[in-house]
Ligand binder design. Structure first.
Ligand code: SAH
Ligand code: SF4
Length: 461
């Protein structure tokens, strides 16, 4: 790769949305480093951007409020650009993959230099070069270069791991989505499913463990369809990873209830290093709505799977995503979601009010329920889940959990914080030298979002 940018240049990369986007940004910053950029910031506020020569915003389109935030933040860059006309502003990610949004950016914010969609890595060096050499044209609006979403994985570019802590790492195992849930824009902006070669994933994870990053999160929109069409699958991948020597945690998301099979749960139950956290988005408890959403499973099938997981892995932590106010949903449908939530007892749930996304099938559906009513349902669900979440961690009180030490305490900086094999945050008193190590912690108190405990052995103290 040519090294055409002076090493004194600084790049600010801001990421919106899901972990997949953060993982993409780690590749982008890895690439920018090879182009000679110093990375000054990857999380945080616009106020950190003043010294940047390049500002790149990696956007999210999954809900309208995420988009509004990006529009607001881009608008605020106008003054920076006025103060420094040499500043390059580039937008990429899911919002920009959609032509109508890319055009809207171009028209509304003529000071943007380039707009490049989700297939970023192949075009970024060329776009920076072009935008840099066409400074006088900048006022005429952005260069738009959006290639087809999806495609092969770029194994050449090493990610700059800057979005998690020192001992954690995200590892994408696939990209895109073939499921076409009717509310979701992801398949439209991320393209068809492509899986990484198992060999590349295993080598990457082996390297991460060797460098002490033992808290690993495998990423995919539907990890259960990993390897589809080839002779490998997610179960085989997990089984291989579990066997890499030593102690570590392999977490993964997102599981899709239609493709997550009991055999996979059996494998996890027997494994040493696979996380006991299962994030299994249910979206709705109503069969009528699940069908309209094109989710591919029934309420009964979901409950059976969740109960099987609880039975096989008694210490499992089950979490979910729920969408409230899908077009045509009635209060009766919604009550079925409340009932399911009460029955299953999730440790936590990410809850969202339906947001209409252009290009999706649900955008064409009749949506008669006023937003005020949807908000009231949403509040009702939140209250119920908060009540359940508040007591659900009590089941760990008095138990001893294996915990990977990650950093300073979240509830109190005097403490250490770690992650249990159920993916739960555990705070406890201990020496900094335990960071990056596994310890046994006896749980003394449960909070709604974390556990408090004490080290069990004198040797740790
Ligand atoms: N692939 C994952 C997650 C995709 S997006 C899965 O299948 O579960 C993350 C979450 O955002 C979804 O689970 C869904 O609850 C929510 N979401 C997706 N599209 C949405 C929309 N149009 N409005 C509101 N929430 C949405
Ligand atoms: Fe969206 Fe459904 Fe694919 Fe998840 S599985 S990314 S919700 S289309």
């Amino acid at each position: 790769m040519s090294n055409f940018v002076k090493s004194s240049k600084k790049a600010y990369v801001r990421t919106y949305g899901c972990k997949q986007n953060f993982a993409d940004s780690e590749k982008i910053t890895g690439l920018l480093t090879t182009l000679g950029y110093e990375i000054i910031q990857t999380v945080g506020d616009i106020s950190d951007m003043e010294t940047a020569d390049l500002i790149l915003l990696n956007t999210c389109a999954v809900r309208e409020n995420a988009e509004q935030r990006v529009f607001g933040n881009v608008g605020a860059l106008k003054n920076l650009k006025r103060a420094n006309p040499d500043l390059l502003i580039i937008l990429c990610g899911c919002m920009t993959q959609q032509e109508h949004t890319a055009e809207r950016f171009k028209v509304k914010f003529p000071f943007i230099d380039a707009i490049i969609g989700t297939n970023i890595l192949g075009v970024l060096p060329e776009i920076i070069k072009q935008a840099d050499s066409e400074k006088e044209k900048k006022q005429k609006g952005a260069i738009i270069k959006i290639t087809q979403a999806g495609g092969v994985f770029d194994e050449e570019i090493k990610p700059l791991r800057n979005s998690g802590g020192e001992f954690s790492a995200c590892v994408p195992i696939m990209n895109g989505c073939d499921n076409f849930c009717t509310y979701c824009v992801v398949p439209l902006v991320r393209g068809r499913e492509v899986s990484r070669l198992a060999e590349n994933i295993i080598n990457e994870v082996r390297g991460l463990i060797a460098e002490g990053r033992k808290d690993i999160l495998l990423l995919g929109q539907n990890v259960n369809s990993y390897g589809r069409g080839s002779d490998t699958d997610f179960k085989k991948l997990l089984s291989e990873l579990d066997k890499l020597g030593g102690e570590f945690i392999i977490d993964y998301m997102t599981s899709h209830p239609k493709d997550c099979k009991k055999e996979l749960i059996d494998l996890i139950a027997q494994s040493l290093n696979i996380s006991r956290h299962l994030h299994l988005p249910v979206q709705s408890g109503s069969n009528r709505i699940l069908k309209l959403m094109n989710r591919g499973y029934t309420r009964e099938e979901y409950i059976e799977l969740a109960m099987y997981a609880k039975e096989k892995i008694p210490e499992i932590s089950l979490t979910t995503d729920i969408l409230v106010g899908f077009p045509g949903e009635t209060y009766e449908d919604f009550k079925e979601t409340l009932d399911l939530v009460e029955n299953i007892g999730f440790d936590s749930a990410y809850t969202f009010v339906y947001s209409k996304r252009e290009g999706t099938r649900s955008a064409e559906m009749n949506d008669p329920v006023p937003s005020g009513e949807k908000s009231a349902w949403f509040k009702e669900l939140l209250e119920l889940q908060n009540k359940i979440g508040e007591i659900s961690y009590n089941r760990f009180t008095g138990k001893t959990l294996r915990v990977f030490c990650l950093g300073k305490g979240r509830s109190n900086p005097e403490l250490l914080t770690g992650k249990s094999k159920q993916g739960i945050i555990v705070d406890f008193e201990g020496d900094q030298k335990l960071l990056g190590k596994f310890v046994d912690v006896k749980i003394t108190k449960a909070l709604p979002w974390a556990l408090i405990g004490e080290l069990t052995y004198e040797k740790y103290k």
